[in-house]
Design a protein around this ligand. Structure first.
Ligand SMILES: [Zn+2]
Length: 205
């Protein structure tokens, strides 16, 4: 995951980030993100329209994602080398993107506990104030301060991962809040930026 300074255009940032990692453009899987619950299994690089997550078992293909407060979720199954990179904000979580992502991995149910998961930098409950319309969808993950309500996207995601059979020990959620650390991250909450963080993931060979 990287932040490219001085670049205003997300698609250019993606090219730059890939270049920094010595990844050629033609290996990138590029979802055209729309805050959906759609996760697609792919076997080739290139654009994937109307989709917020991709799964592949092909070594050499590289998932990409652009975020500025939503969670980039990285999944890896060591036994098969299958990877997934999923974009999840409250809408995606609410409409089942985690569940769709796990389904797209096509693992036998008893192998979900072998998955490794990493939650990348995103806005955390310290800064993610929501209104009743959103809070009502996540009753277990709301922190109240007087009249104000704050949502933990991370807790909502982890609850879903555990329910699907992943183990708590192999879910890593140690990234800082994107909104509290604007020097290191782009955060839409912080300043309504049109810049984006770039996530890349793949099995190189
Ligand atoms: Zn924060």
């Amino acid at each position: 995951m990287t932040r490219i300074d001085g670049d205003p255009v997300p698609s250019e940032a993606l090219k730059l980030a890939a270049g920094q990692c010595d990844i050629e453009d033609d290996r990138l899987i590029r979802p055209v993100q729309v805050h959906s619950a759609c996760v697609r299994k792919v076997g080739t690089s290139g654009r994937q329209v109307d989709c917020d997550g991709t799964v592949t078992d092909r070594a050499g293909l590289i998932h990409s994602l652009l975020t500025a407060d939503c969670i980039p979720l990285f999944l890896f199954h060591p036994g098969t080398g299958t990877t997934a990179l999923i974009h999840a904000g409250w809408r995606g979580l609410d409409t089942g993107i985690v569940e769709q992502g796990l389904k797209a991995l096509e693992l036998p149910p008893d192998q979900a506990d072998e998955l490794l998961a990493v939650l990348g930098p995103a806005v955390r409950s310290c800064c993610y104030e929501v209104r009743e319309d959103v809070a009502g969808r996540f009753p277990g993950q709301i922190r109240r301060e007087g009249e104000r309500m704050f949502l933990s996207l991370q807790e909502a995601m982890i609850e879903r991962l555990l329910k699907a059979g992943l183990r708590a020990e192999t879910i890593e959620d140690e990234s800082p809040c994107s909104c509290c650390h604007p020097d290191d991250h782009y955060s839409y909450r912080y300043n309504r930026t049109d810049r984006r963080m770039v996530s890349l993931m793949g099995v190189l060979f």
